[in-house]
Design a protein. Structure first.
Ligand code: SF4
Ligand code: SF4
Length: 222
């Protein structure tokens, strides 16, 4: 989800690479779960998140939607799944009664990043530190690579860039004609190709993604 704010307003003004040290380590959150509540529909899942959830929980997207853990929303013209926030505290459906994440190993990329964000530029991205979001004031430095704890970071980086470019392309294609048949076809195609079609978790995600991306682009002439 894009945010219309300047980087200076919300960050320390620096951009970080995967090898940089950044003051993001909140030491296991110490009982705080502030960023697992009240996030609206902003914790959007990408296809790798769905693969990771399927691997960790043994459940595909359809099952997680049926269980009310996830929901679908339109974001910047695309229909995308996000973590569902519900109840009095508007809390994530994966937060347990002790205020801990019940799917820590399989948590989505946005949860892994927090309080970091991604800043996209020229087909690439770097990380920025959101200064007003995390409640822990005594955070210490940690290497970005360690913080996001995602194996094969280079492949993941390339996937994130490719996915971002595809969503940008879709946004341009559908701008101002969101109700057209073309826009609906592109959106349903995206949902089916990258989210609803179950992943074979024995296979490498990045290879599956690459094949699906090629198929999707050919099918829709992108
Ligand atoms: S606000 Fe910071 S300390 Fe609190 S749960 Fe989120 S990351 Fe952890
Ligand atoms: S998936 Fe886990 S870390 Fe992410 S918002 Fe839900 S409870 Fe919090």
């Amino acid at each position: 989800m894009k945010r219309n704010v300047s980087l200076e307003e919300i960050s320390d003004g620096r951009l970080y690479s995967i090898h940089d040290m950044v003051k993001a380590d909140c030491h296991g959150c110490k009982g705080c779960f502030a960023c697992c509540c009240g996030m609206g529909n902003s914790v959007i899942l990408d296809p790798f998140d769905v693969y990771r959830l399927q691997t960790g929980l043994g459940k595909n997207l359809t099952q997680l939607l049926q269980e009310d853990k996830l929901e679908l929303n339109v974001v910047d013209g695309c229909i995308l799944p996000n973590l569902k926030m519900a109840g009095e505290r508007e809390q994530c459906a994966f937060l347990d009664r002790n205020g801990r994440c019940s799917i820590h190993e399989s948590r989505p990329g946005i949860c892994r990043l927090f309080p970091l964000g991604r800043y996209y530029e020229d087909g690439d991205f770097r990380y920025f530190l959101q200064t007003g979001e995390c409640r822990e004031k005594n955070r210490t430095k940690v290497k970005v690579e360690k913080w996001i704890a995602t194996p094969d970071w280079k492949k993941n980086h390339d996937f994130v860039c490719a996915w971002h470019e595809l969503l940008k392309m879709l946004e341009c294609e559908t701008a101002g004609q969101e109700d057209s048949t073309r826009a609906k076809d592109l959106n349903l195609g995206l949902l089916n190709t990258f989210y609803m079609t179950e992943y074979d978790i024995q296979e490498d995600f990045y290879e599956i993604f690459s094949a699906r991306l090629q198929h999707y682009r050919e099918e829709f002439g992108l």
